[in-house]
Design a protein. Structure first.
Length: 193
């Protein structure tokens, strides 16, 4: 049973080891999940969470521990689950970053660029190209302003629209996943619907 809105790595490991029916729900993209995930976790990307609600009865009898890269997407998922009536949820504090840093075991797959790194690359390229293009077309500087506004919004709201768009690219979908997710699938897998 989960009694807090966040759990640290040690508490999350204790909850999952106790056999208390806690569901580890990883809300990262299938590609991020495929790169590294917690053993026994189920991948249900944040952008597919709404279509999978409500969770099947008994699926998370001991509560849900939400996992993402750093905690932002997991907090968003926690709010969505609360709106759907799932009350016993906790976000893994620090996400996969803290899990890996603690030395806790992970299942590793094909290595890819993280979504955050992809966002930084695309934002940087958009700014660079628009500044160079502004030498010929002054209006190109509007792209730079748009990127700046988007990054400001992402920082203030902890919700990155560019990251959500990049997550939909085939490269970020991983392998062997369908268009939806089903939390009743086998743990440790991205479960097609």
């Amino acid at each position: 049973m989960i009694l807090s809105s966040t759990v640290d790595v040690a508490s999350a490991r204790a909850l999952t080891a106790s056999g208390s029916g806690v569901l580890l729900l990883d809300v990262r993209t299938p590609a991020e999940f495929e790169t590294a995930h917690i053993e026994g976790a189920v991948n249900l990307p944040l952008d597919r969470l709404d279509e999978s609600l409500p969770l099947p009865q008994g699926e998370a009898s001991g509560g849900v521990v939400l996992v993402c890269q750093s905690g932002g997407r997991a907090r968003t998922a926690q709010a969505k689950l609360a709106s759907a009536g799932v009350r016993e949820t906790a976000v893994l504090a620090g996400g996969m970053g803290s899990w890996i840093a603690s030395g806790a075991p992970v299942v590793r797959g094909r290595q890819r660029w993280s979504l955050e790194r992809q966002v930084r690359l695309v934002a940087g390229l958009l700014v660079l190209v628009s500044v160079v293009a502004s030498l010929w077309v002054p209006w190109a500087l509007l792209v730079t302003g748009f990127v700046g506004a988007g990054l400001t919004y992402a920082g203030a709201s902890d919700n990155c629209m560019m990251g959500m768009l990049l997550a939909r690219l085939p490269y970020n979908r991983g392998t062997g996943t369908g268009t939806g997710a089903d939390v009743t699938g086998a743990p440790g897998r991205a479960c097609p619907r």
